[in-house]
Design a protein around this ligand. Structure first.
Ligand code: GDP
Ligand code: MG
Length: 755
């Protein structure tokens, strides 16, 4: 079967094209060793089926990011039958930069000029013929979104794949060409494949190339010594890049025909108009906060639009109560109308709860295996899976924000706000990834050139609540203490508070370090697009699948271990299963687990001393007889964060039985948010940091979570005793942060002035 690879810039429409071509055959996996998505599928509309791979989005074939290395190695080593280079026609100049590099490889290439619908709508024209002549490979105008010309594109690609193609360069500088062809000939003589590509990369002193051909470096340097350029001196990488851009500027101008000024104006500025509001100098940040709040409101609120809180609406009709809260809840009036997320979650919880009861009714009571299945595996998994509807809604909104192009603006807005304090927005991009999962986020810090900035970013990663932590917030949002507060506000403060804390921590890291470097942040803001249901759907489906797989493997295994540890132990000096039949208050016989004598209880009670300061008063999480259960739950979270709620459920801590006060709930949440993430994230960190830095990161995570939970708990407790005392401490802390901000921003200004 023929194999075609899609290569192009991020946001050029690769995934859209891939989905249009492969339809339902798509399979998403990972590239070996990294968590960059690998999409594969089959195109079946021609006589022969064609296998298609969607390469990660890249701006060039340099070796600076994992995406670039993956794409480059795929084309060089796996030798696809044709590379379809997808080019965003509305951004031709930037996109062709990559094209000029792909052309240097000995592989058939077809250029797909995507977004031609937008070009048309703008009234612009692109002369594809002229471009084709200049580039020397077929150029096909398509619209991946509107599915225009896709079959033509594939036919061209098949035609191209039947012929061999030698790499060609567009570099025109005579002496530079001379140098390159000398190296190329040397490579050809040695029988190296893709001699042109490797020669150019070697002249650029590309890291990977130097490693691969150390013996050739000497020769190249000798050639280079005879070479002189006034502008770039001996920076050959810059010189070659300049040559490429020069070529593009020259030939692009003749192929691109802009509509006359008047016609063009309004269509072009639609995105700019939206940006006038969305990235407004003053309003952008508040707007972001409001958008975030609305998302959490719709997902976690038990009182939509605060109809109950503010307008006193109370639902008392039993039919409606059942509709909003799931079957089986009856009687009490309902405080307002629950949000979509809460509504779905109640029904889903009712469904899975009934399922467990049903399974239990078929199994003999009091047997160890009944207990293992019902009180162990099913209870634990139910606790995790019952939050799936809410978490999917949350991710739906995040996916919409991402696909529309708004998330890119968020990084831009945050950068603008915090550059003054010497914090760069470049680090915010991996951090925003961290809202999904810390593992790819930590890997993405590789794109930060400054080592210190990279270390800092990894350490602050846990401030960004990943998807696996969401069940904890969803659980706490429903507990009794939230009745006098609001579950949605609670979750909102965890997310936004996390971002705020990251900024505050970064500020203090700056305060105590001499380093004033701020890496530049250049980012192309993609035009706003209407989010595509297909993209968003695929994204959600991935999340869902990932969640299910994790629940079926790691988390299921953990529930079994926890079940064993909680069910076996000592009673009257004898070791064994702690399940006993006893009479309850009404005199009925019941099976009861004497959990207090279990192995887990002994372990947890010992460990509780260590966490004791984080919540020792009434309503604190280390306080009561349940204290050890919370402690054990946070520890199982080290394996995977979903384990926290699974373990809590197995130990009997569910929405109705969690007796935490607001301060207790916040302390518990803050501890779990900031602490050492899961094993997978620790592994990813170990891949990025070696030796001392790695251990420092673990220590930092632990110290940050312990210290901040301590602070939150005691300030919260102070509010509960004397609100003015709490307020005073809060103001003092705010003052300290402001002071640190002023000092750092002054220093930053000075450093800038001295440069
Ligand atoms: P990738 O990063 O290269 O995978 O790009 P995507 O496939 O995610 O596309 C980025 C955005 O461009 C999405 O919002 C798409 O809907 C949009 N898009 C892709 N192709 C076209 C097209 O031909 N026309 C228009 N108008 N939009 C497109
Ligand atoms: Mg993509």
């Amino acid at each position: 079967m023929k194999r075609f690879a899609l290569a192009g810039n991020p946001n050029s429409g690769k995934t859209t094209l891939f989905n249009s071509l492969t339809g339902a055959t798509a399979h998403v996996g990972n590239w070996p060793g990294v968590t960059v998505d690998k999409r594969e599928g089959t195109y079946r509309k021609l006589d022969e089926p064609i296998y298609i791979v969607d390469l990660p989005g890249i701006y060039s074939l340099s070796p600076y990011t994992p995406e670039e290395v993956i794409s480059r190695n795929y084309v060089l080593d796996e030798k696809p039958d044709c590379v379809i280079n997808i080019v965003d026609a509305t951004n031709l100049e930037r996109n062709l930069y990559l094209t000029t590099q792909i052309l240097e490889i000995d592989v058939p290439v077809v250029v797909a000029l995507n977004m031609s619908d937008v070009v048309r709508k703008n009234g612009d024209k692109i002369d594809a013929k002229a471009l084709q002549e200049k580039l020397g490979v077929p150029v096909v105008e398509i619209s991946a979104l509107k599915q225009e010309n896709l079959d033509e594109l594939m036919q061209e690609a098949v035609k191209a794949s039947n012929k061999e193609r030698k790499g060609a360069t567009i570099i025109e500088d005579k002496s530079l060409l001379h140098l390159i062809s000398d190296v190329q000939i040397a490579f050809e003589l040695k029988g190296i494949e893709n001699p042109l590509f490797h020669a150019i990369k070697l002249v650029e002193m590309d890291e990977l190339e130097v490693k691969m051909h150390p013996e050739a470096v000497e020769t190249v340097n000798k050639f280079k010594a005879t070479f002189k350029n006034d502008t770039f001196g001996s920076d050959f990488e810059a010189l070659i890049a300049d040559n490429r851009y020069e070529y593009i500027a020259k030939n692009y101008a003749t192929a691109f025909e802009q509509a006359s000024g008047l016609e063009r104006k309004d269509t072009l500025t639609k995105s700019d108009k939206i940006d006038k509001v969305m990235t407004h100098r003053i309003w952008a940040l508040p707007l972001f906060v409001v958008i975030m709040f609305l998302i959490f409101h719709v997902t976690f609120s038990e009182d939509i639009l605060f109809l109950n809180r503010i307008f006193g609406l109370e639902i008392t009709h039993e039919g409606w109560i059942n509709f909003f809260t799931g079957m089986g809840y009856e009687g009490e009036p309902l405080g307002g109308i629950p949000s979509l997320g809460v509504w779905l979650q109640s029904w889903f919880g009712w469904l899975t709860g009934s399922l467990i009861d049903w399974v239990g009714s078929w199994m003999p009571a009091g047997q160890w295996y009944t207990s293992l299945v019902c009180d162990g595996i099913l209870t634990g998994l139910d606790a995790v899976l019952s939050f799936v509807p809410q978490i999917m809604i949350l991710f739906l909104f995040i996916a919409i924000l991402e696909d529309s192009g708004y998330m890119a603006r968020v990084a831009f807005i945050l950068d603008r706000a915090f550059r003054k304090f010497g914090l760069s927005g470049k680090a915010f991009i991996p951090m925003l990834t961290g809202f999904g999962c810390s593992v790819p986020a930590i890997m993405a810090t590789r794109t930060l050139e400054d080592e210190r900035e990279k270390n800092r970013t990894i350490r602050l990663m846990t401030c960004f609540s990943c998807g696996a932590k969401a069940p904890i917030w969803a659980l706490l949002a429903g507990i009794g203490a939230m009745a006098g507060f609001a579950g949605d506000i609670f979750v909102f403060t965890i997310y936004v508070g996390g971002i705020a804390c990251a900024i505050i921590f970064a500020l203090f890291m700056k305060l105590f370090s001499k380093d004033q470097y701020v890496s530049p942040f250049i980012m192309e803001l993609p035009a706003y697009h209407l989010p595509q249901p297909r993209n968003v759907g695929a994204h959600l489906w991935e999340k869902f699948k990932h969640y299910l797989i994790k629940a079926g493997t790691i988390i299921a295994a953990c529930t079994i271990v926890i079940w064993f540890l909680k069910s076996f132990g000592w009673e009257d000096g004898k070791f064994g299963l702690l399940l006993f039949e006893e009479a309850n208050a009404e005199g009925e016989m019941e099976w009861v687990l004497h959990i207090d004598g279990s192995i887990l209880a002994y372990l947890g009670k010992g460990l509780r001393y260590f966490f004791y300061p984080l919540g020792p008063l009434a309503g604190g999480w280390t306080n009561s007889t349940d204290g050890w259960k919370y402690v054990v739950s946070t520890l199982t979270g080290l394996i995977a964060k979903e384990d926290v709620v699974a373990t809590m459920a197995e130990l009997g801590l569910e929405e109705g039985t969690i007796g935490l006060s607001l301060a207790g709930a916040y302390s518990f949440a803050v501890y779990n948010l900031f602490t050492i993430p899961c094993f997978a994230a620790i592994g990813a960190t170990h891949g990025e940091q070696k030796g001392k830095e790695f251990w420092l990161t673990l220590l930092w995570w632990f110290a940050m979570s312990y210290g901040f939970a301590l602070l939150v708990y005691w300030v919260g407790a102070l509010y509960e005793v004397a609100w003015w005392g709490g307020l005073l401490v809060t103001l003092a802390l705010a003052g300290a942060v402001t002071g640190a901000g002023i000092v750092v921003s002054r220093r930053h200004k000075l450093a800038l002035a001295n440069n």
